[in-house]
Design a protein around this ligand. Sequence first.
Ligand code: FES
Ligand code: FE2
Length: 305
Amino acid sequence: MLDRCPHRFAPLSDGWIEDGRLICRYHGLGFDGAGVCVSNPHGPPLRGMSIPAWAIHEVHHAIWIWFGDPGQADPELIPDLSYLTAAPATAFSAGMLTGKGNYELFVDNLMDLSHTDYLHPATLGGGAVTKVKPDVVEADDHIEVTWRADDTPPSPLLRKLFPELPAQTDFWQRVRWFAPGVMKLTAATGAAGGAEEQALVNVNAHITTPETATSSHYFFAATRNFKVDDGELNAMIAQKREEIFVTEDKPMLARVQERMGDAEFWSLKPRMLPIDAAPVAVRRRMRKLIEAEAALRSSPRAEVA
Ligand code: FES
Ligand SMILES: [Fe+2]
């Protein structure tokens, strides 16, 4: 629901739920789940008074909002993140941060993981991603990028966590993007030439939504296939990941946004490199989706709220 009471604009999130109604904390008007005012302690319910309300669906440890006609909300369109709920508590962690930067900058950051070699050289980097070309596959409902580097040293962080890892490993990493900002990141490291089933695999979710035009909410969750009962390792990985993001990615994205100001990304004529194949494919897809939605809205016959 819009977080603003139609009476005197109090935040409805300050209210409480009573008999299925959301009660405004300021003067007590009550609203049902569709946003219609259904009770008024000062007189009869105010007919016709309502606030915008959207369809939501709760699954995969997240609340998904459909900002369109509630009648068209289809939970089948939610990307499959069931690996998050399938993971044991000791192999699952999640968090949320807010940072400066348009949400598309946050998406770019994940669709081009070559940045790990330069922005995170002491932990996630190590040079493997820079050595290989990203392989981009476009499908109707997603865009996927894969990096595969054989016979390469493990990342410094993995080396520290698993000193027993061989000096040379096979490494691959894949990010699958779903519009507008849901990404599934799989990263695997195994002994060079070894069986894939024995690789250490992390499957993570990264979800970004706009807060404003120049700041974003960033939700993340992590699972893994190794030492899944080790709660201490779980906490340590979660803490490390947050530290890396807060001290390295977040300030970089903020400074990129500062340098861009309010300018539209393409208007600044960014020079593209082969590493930009996936981020550019995603930006193009988003442009198409936004244009298609705008065309639908401006069509007089469109049945869109
Ligand atoms: S502001 Fe909500 S009832 Fe007055
Ligand atoms: Fe990063």
